[in-house]
Design a protein around this ligand. Structure first.
Ligand SMILES: [Zn+2]
Length: 140
């Protein structure tokens, strides 16, 4: 049984992620129009070999498939057009940069403490903490 998608999933605006179906590299983008419309632009760039989309460029250069919208485009955050959108986009790009899995070469990454804090592994993770319990006791 296929789970039916809400029909308006791509009809809104916000921040999105395109994942290459071949190598899982990602492109983060934002649109103040509909996701569908933005996806069509990426696809048109791919079909006409125009250098207007990093995602299309990647697919063309690496000979990777472009993929249908349901498989490649993921909505990260619904947002209306505005300044807030830029922050969210930057955050998601930052996140992909931190794991070196991005196609956003135009993005100028600068250290961002808030983003770092948000991306820090949870304290419950066993590998994220130094082995403090092996130190000799220093209380006096
Ligand atoms: Zn790829």
């Amino acid at each position: 049984m296929q789970k039916p998608q809400p029909p308006d999933k791509y009809s809104r605006s916000g921040t999105y992620k395109l994942t290459c179906p071949e190598c899982n590299k990602v492109y983060i983008g934002q649109t103040g129009r509909s996701f569908t419309q933005r996806f069509k632009e990426h696809r048109n760039a791919f079909k006409s070999n125009r250098n207007t989309s990093n995602y299309a460029k990647h697919a063309l250069e690496q000979l990777h498939p472009f993929g249908p919208i349901q498989d490649t485009m993921q909505v990260l955050q619904y947002q209306r057009k505005g300044t807030h959108l830029n922050t969210i986009e930057r955050f998601f790009i930052y996140k992909e940069f931190s794991i070196n899995n991005h196609l956003n070469d135009k993005f100028n990454i600068t250290p961002n403490r808030i983003f770092e804090a948000l991306l820090k592994p949870s304290n419950n993770s066993p590998n994220s903490q130094p082995p403090t319990n092996t130190r000799p006791a220093e209380e006096q």
